[in-house]
Design a protein around this ligand. Structure first.
Ligand SMILES: [Ca+2]
Length: 320
C-alpha cells in the first residue's frame, strides 16, 4: 500500500468526545497512528465539555500516553436571553428522534444551570502562540477555537491549519439544512472560518457520513489486542447491533484520516463556505465556489478511509 504521510506538525484536537463515539474512534486512530495530539480540548456538544474531558483523559490513559486535556466551553459563543429562548423553541419543535444531544430542550442542566467554562480556549491560544506550525482538528462545535482565535493576531494564525468536521452542503442532520456541529454554534464556526489560518479544510456531513464500518470489519477489529480493539469489543458486548449490518458512520474519523494521509483518494472544491446564524437558518452552510478561502472536501473513497482506519487501530505498536 502506498501512503504519503504528511510531515509531523503539532496537533491540537478539539472534541466533544464521549466514551466511544466517532470522536473517540478518531482519537484512537490518531494515537494508534503515532500522531499523538499535543493538546486535547473539549467542548459541549455530545456531552458537557467537562464530561467529554473525562472521557478523553480515560482514552489517553488506555494508550499509556500523557496528553494535556482541558475542558472548555459549556455553551455556544452567543448566549444571551433571546438566543437561548429562540434556540430552545427550535430544538423543542424538532421531530422527537432528532439527535441534539446536550441541546435537548428538556435538559435543564444545559439551559438553566450555570456551569463554568473550563480553561481550554486560553490554553489553545497559548499553544498556538508557541507552535511554529500546528494542525487544529475541530471535531465538535467550534466555540473553544473561536475564543482562541479572538486572542491571537493574524501573524500567529497564519502559521496554523484548521480542519473542520462539520457543515453540510446538501442536507443536514439536525434540521433539513444544518449539520450538528454547525447548528450547535454557528457564530463560532463563522468566526473560525473567517480567521487568518494558513489553510482551512472543511469536511462536511455528506463526506464524513459516507464510509460505514460494516459488521465484517467490526468483527475483525474487535479481535485486535489494542486499546481500540478492546474498547470496540466491549461496546459490541454491552450495546449489540442486533440485526443492523453496520455499526454506524464514523464521521470524525474521516477528517482525521484525511489529515494524516494525503494519498487517500478524495476530491475538493475551493471556495467560501458561508455559515448562517439567524434562527431560521441556524447552522446552514453554503459553498460559493471560486476563490480558495476554504478547501471543502466533496467526496472521499470510503474503502480507502476504512482500510487506513482498520490498519492503524489493529496494528498499533507492531512494526508494519
Ligand atoms: Ca464530534
Amino acid at each position: 500500500m502506498t501512503s504519503t504521510r504528511r510531515a509531523p506538525r503539532h496537533l491540537i484536537v478539539d472534541t466533544d468526545t464521549s466514551d466511544l463515539n466517532d470522536d473517540a474512534f478518531a482519537l484512537h486512530y490518531l494515537f494508534a497512528s503515532g500522531r499523538v495530539p499535543d493538546l486535547i480540548t473539549t467542548v459541549f456538544g455530545n456531552l458537557t465539555a467537562h464530561s467529554s474531558a473525562r472521557a478523553a483523559l480515560a482514552l489517553t490513559r488506555a494508550h499509556g500516553v500523557d496528553v494535556v486535556v482541558r475542558a472548555g466551553a459549556e455553551r455556544p459563543l452567543h448566549w444571551d436571553g433571546s438566543v437561548q429562548r429562540d434556540l430552545r423553541a427550535v430544538v423543542g419543535s424538532l421531530p422527537a428522534d432528532t439527535y441534539v444531544a446536550s441541546l435537548r430542550a428538556d435538559d435543564d442542566s444545559f439551559w438553566e444551570d450555570a456551569v463554568d467554562d473550563g480553561p481550554a480556549a486560553a490554553e489553545l491560544a497559548a499553544a498556538l502562540a508557541r507552535s511554529p506550525g500546528c494542525d487544529v482538528l475541530a471535531l465538535g462545535p467550534t466555540t473553544n477555537i473561536a475564543r482562541a482565535v479572538r486572542m491571537l493576531d493574524s501573524s500567529v494564525l497564519s502559521r496554523h491549519r484548521l480542519w473542520v468536521s462539520g457543515g453540510a452542503t446538501t442536507r443536514g442532520n439536525v434540521t433539513e439544512a444544518a449539520e450538528f456541529n454547525a447548528f450547535a454554534d454557528p457564530h463560532a464556526l463563522r468566526e473560525c472560518l473567517s480567521a487568518a489560518w494558513e489553510k482551512v479544510t472543511v469536511v462536511p456531513l455528506e463526506v464524513t457520513g459516507a464510509p460505514r464500518l460494516d459488521i465484517t470489519r467490526v468483527d475483525r477489529i474487535r479481535l485486535a489486542r489494542t486499546p481500540f480493539g478492546r474498547a470496540l469489543d466491549e461496546l459490541e458486548r454491552v450495546s449489540p447491533r442486533e440485526d443492523g449490518r453496520d455499526r454506524e458512520p464514523i464521521w470524525d474519523v474521516v477528517v482525521a484520516v484525511l489529515l494524516m494521509d494525503e494519498a487517500v483518494p478524495c476530491s475538493s472544491a475551493g471556495g467560501t463556505l458561508t455559515v448562517f446564524t439567524d434562527i431560521a437558518r441556524r447552522g446552514m452552510t453554503t459553498l460559493s465556489e471560486g476563490d480558495a478561502a476554504h478547501h471543502v472536501v466533496t467526496a472521499v473513497d470510503p474503502d480507502a478511509v476504512l482500510q487506513r482506519f482498520e490498519d492503524a487501530v489493529t496494528s498499533q505498536g507492531r512494526p508494519s
